[in-house]
Design a protein around this ligand. Structure first.
Ligand SMILES: [Zn+2]
Length: 293
């Protein structure tokens, strides 16, 4: 593998003095059958190859957003609390958000907000460090209330799947911010509950609406999809993963947001895409969607 384990991309600027950089925090290898769910292999295998164990090579992408004098980290990767066996099965390399930030010269103690798209291991596993303390002690951790409740629910499907211990430790430290629906963290940066992938999955929306803004102001908008759309390969909105807990909801909310994103030229950031980002998306002649050239 020639690409570095940890890498911080060039900043892209948005209205309101907002900048976004992609922080590559390592690799993992989800099972392709699970990742593509209902989609037949002859279709998805045009996009990506599998390894000898039927897994695909994906990135653990975090975002580092600077806005309104605040620093926002989106996602925490796998962290360092997985067992060796689990890391081996899932093909995790790296995954520690603190190590990733330090490797690119950024101080984890300067993070003001940590946004968790949802509470699966590859997004919320790095809420705590190896000693069980919050990895970002000066930050507020932003989670949808529905997601926190689902993590504490009694649904058998979710048993052992959500990072409940890490959630509770962050809550006990007094730095958990449970939010509900669409909430602006700082001007121009909002979280939006989408559900679909998990009950309380959230996306991040970036960019101010600036009708009548000064000529030359950037007016672009951006979205970080979380696992609602983990890579550009899953832009056909009906390509539902086996990991989507609410597939019918996932398809509907994907259709609504992807239609807007294509029509309005939103820049898209994907949590597991190994390719260059951000990208724009476009509608196809057949009424589906794909990455714009
Ligand atoms: Zn994921």
């Amino acid at each position: 593998m020639t690409e570095p384990l940890h890498e911080l991309g060039e900043p892209r600027r948005f209205a309101g003095g907002i900048s976004i950089r992609v922080l590559r925090a390592g690799w993992f290898r989800p099972d392709a059958g699970g990742f593509f769910g209902v989609v037949p292999k002859p279709l998805w295998s045009k996009n990506v190859e599998t390894d000898a164990r039927g897994r695909i090579l994906c990135r653990l992408n975090l975002l580092l957003i600077e806005a309104g004098g605040k620093r926002i980290l989106v996602e925490t990767g796998t962290g360092v609390r997985m067992t060796d066996r689990d890391r081996e099965i899932k093909g995790v390399e790296g995954g520690d958000p603190v190590e990733a930030l330090r490797a690119v010269g950024e101080d984890p103690d300067t993070i003001d907000f940590v946004v968790l798209s949802h509470l699966h291991y590859d997004h919320a596993g790095g809420m705590l460090d190896a000693s069980g303390r919050p990895s970002f002690p000066n930050a507020r951790y932003v989670v949808q209330r529905d997601e926190a409740e689902a993590a504490h629910g009694d649904e058998l499907r979710l048993a052992g799947i959500m990072e409940v211990e890490q959630l509770d430790a962050v809550r006990a430290a007094g730095i958990l911010a449970e939010v509900n629906g669409e909430v602006e963290l700082v001007p121009g940066v909002s979280v939006l509950r989408t559900g679909g992938h998990t009950r309380g999955s959230q996306a991040v929306l970036i960019g101010l609406e600036r009708p009548g803004g000064r000529a030359g102001d950037p007016t672009d908008r951006a979205i970080f999809w979380g696992d609602l759309i983990p890579t550009r390969w899953q832009l056909p909105v009906r390509w539902t993963s086996a990991y989507d807990d609410y597939p019918i909801d996932a398809v509907e909310i994907r259709r609504e947001l992807v239609t807007r994103a294509a029509a309005e030229g939103w820049w898209c950031y994907f949590t597991h895409d190994p390719g260059p980002m951000p990208i724009r998306i476009e509608a196809t002649e057949k009424g589906s969607f794909r990455a714009a050239e």
